[in-house]
Design a protein. Sequence first.
Lengths: 721, 55
Amino acid sequence: MSSPSEPKKTGLLETYSYDDQIVRMFVIATMIWGAIAMLVGVTIAFQMATWKMNFGLQWITFGRLRPLHTNAAIFAFCGNAIFAGIYYSHQRLLKTRLFSDALSRIHFWGWQAIIISAALTLPFGITRGKEYAELEWPITIAITFIWVVFAVNFFGTLIRRRERHIYVAIWFYIATIVTVAVLHIVNGLSLPVTWTKSYSVYSGVQDALVQWWYGHNAVAFFLTTPFLGLMYYFVPKAANRPVYSYRLSVIHFWSLVFIYIWAGPHHLLYTTLPEWVQTLGMVFSIALWAPSWGGMVNGLLTLRGVWGKVRTDPVLKFMALALTFYGMSTFEGPLLSIKSVNSIGHFTDWIPGHVHAGTIGWNYLIIAGILYYLVKKLWNTEIYSLKIANTQFWLATIGLALYYLSMVTAGITQSLMWRAIDSTGKLVYPNFIETVVKIIPMYWVRAFGGTFVLISFLLMVYNLVKTMKQGSVGKEEVYEAYALDASSLEKNAAPHRKLEGLPMVFAVLSLIAILVGSAIEIVPSILSSQYVVKIDSVKPYTPLELLGRDLYIREGCYLCHSQQVRPMVHEVLRYGKNSEAGEFIYDHPFQWGSKRTGPDLARVGGKYPNMWHYRHMINPRDVTPQSIMPNYKWLVDQKIVYATLEKKLSAMKQLGVPYSKEDIETGVVKAKEQAQVIAADLMTSGVPKEIEDKEMIALIAYLQRIGVDYGSLPAEKTAGE
Amino acid sequence: MEVITILIPIAILLALAFIVGFIWMTVKGQYDDLETPAMRILLEETDNTIKKEKK
């Protein structure tokens, strides 16, 4: 077979130019959204250090802002950076203009519109209640559409390429596009109730499994593979040296994409997920060590011989540090996936620490390198100030170190306090709040570390804007290259080129189509059968409890409270019987959470009187001194919305929750009856009668129900290992 | 848990797609030369193509 780069070309000599304007647009969007994402991040970091930073405003309370931070950081900041980097390198690697200028613009403006709609819904509590997949169904569909636009534009460009060989970077891009589409669609399946409310089609354990299969792979295929592709283009370009080993990059790619998809269950270790699935996830996570480090080594060794340049060139400097942090995070990730390590790290601040070593250390820093490179090239100038870039570099590094070290310290400290048992078999720190107060200083350190990172980012924005101002965009250059045809293949005739490219577009589109179709067909049918061991005493929520549950989701309670008692002695001592899979079959979506800033709530039902919850929601410090939970005063002002209750109950019925026709029709009446009972109880303690139709009542109804059906059964078996 | 009956096939499907992709690319000669692709990306347009003035 002839080498792809053989020079005897006989094809048509064609002229072409690059669409660099679209890259500039994505570069600017990256700068704007990055600043906003980090600003929100710093805000919520201070909210954890002091509850007063919630200002008593529901729209900016932690539970509402945290999804905004994660979505902005992942999809707005990293997303726009990915598109900028891919569109720049894709054209150059393939010697062709992007498939369609119009599609590029639809992609750009569509994506920005999605981000804005996220910013306009999440603060209002419009959420699906699944981490990193919070956006409600119309936005979820819009994301799918724009992603397909991106895919068509990307693969269309690939068809029109003038370079036979597809460089390894592009393989990472392809894996990203295909896998993100699949993950997004499978996890996004939900049954709409209104324009702003839907329920996940999965429930309980199933929902958890799908969610973390998605959640982990969002990290893998949105924050890792595209950036590895970009690394394979921009690091060699910036260093002006070929990648250390092209062979290794090929092995790196195929092993990474094959292994990553299986690692999700490591987010659910010690939960009610079947043991074998947990083990599977753990084993594949550990296996990820090899390809991850292969990639890091390949990137760092590309810099051999140019270390002098790394000291002075900001582009290389940021990339070298990013690769180092990538190596660190991908070492720590598998470590945390080992069950015994996970039992300590899970639910603690170690996890946000780990996540930010990846997102700040790897994503932000490599984006910084790419942005400096792109702005230099696309505005035909040199970086405005190396001094500012240097200051940015050190501020980001110190900020991240403060962030990471404080969070690991906080996480391990708190975890050890949770599990401390004295010689009489009792918890040493039975009051959860003791373990919170202990780590508040660490929350302050984290908040200031985050502030450093934010300032470093703003410095870069300033530096880049100045660079753009001193440079000029210039005219589009026109280049010439030979079209791909017979001469670059061995024997094939010219028309083959078209045929060769087209199937790829169809492959992606049909894959998406097949998956959507089959999922929609299969999911409801298999949902009706419940292989999860059924617990007879577990019954569906009452209508009022269901409304309360929606409020629980709206306020983002799951972001600080888990609902999963792991089978460990200290957890059973602290919370009660360990959770069983059968308890969650009516939970659309599941609310197990991933972090315990506050205590687990899986057994909170019946633990406190209604009045305790009432006082606690208005001001947590009335019942738990030193609590860092925000006040939820608006719950006593806002009325319960009964109007959509019937629709909600029918939707649940469609999803397999056994509500009878009568249950649905009498839903509102029954809900109001239950509300009166709770209100009457509160009124005996002096609460005014107006509380009856307020949201507080519904939330209390739900809280008092959590875990009761199974948890209050006689403890014939106590868990523990 | 039944959802595993969807997730595993999808994961296998994806993994298979990647394997097929790998075989396809190998057959296509993408990996016949593991030296020059790394060098080629370093060439700028001005080096390996004819740059023309915009009309």
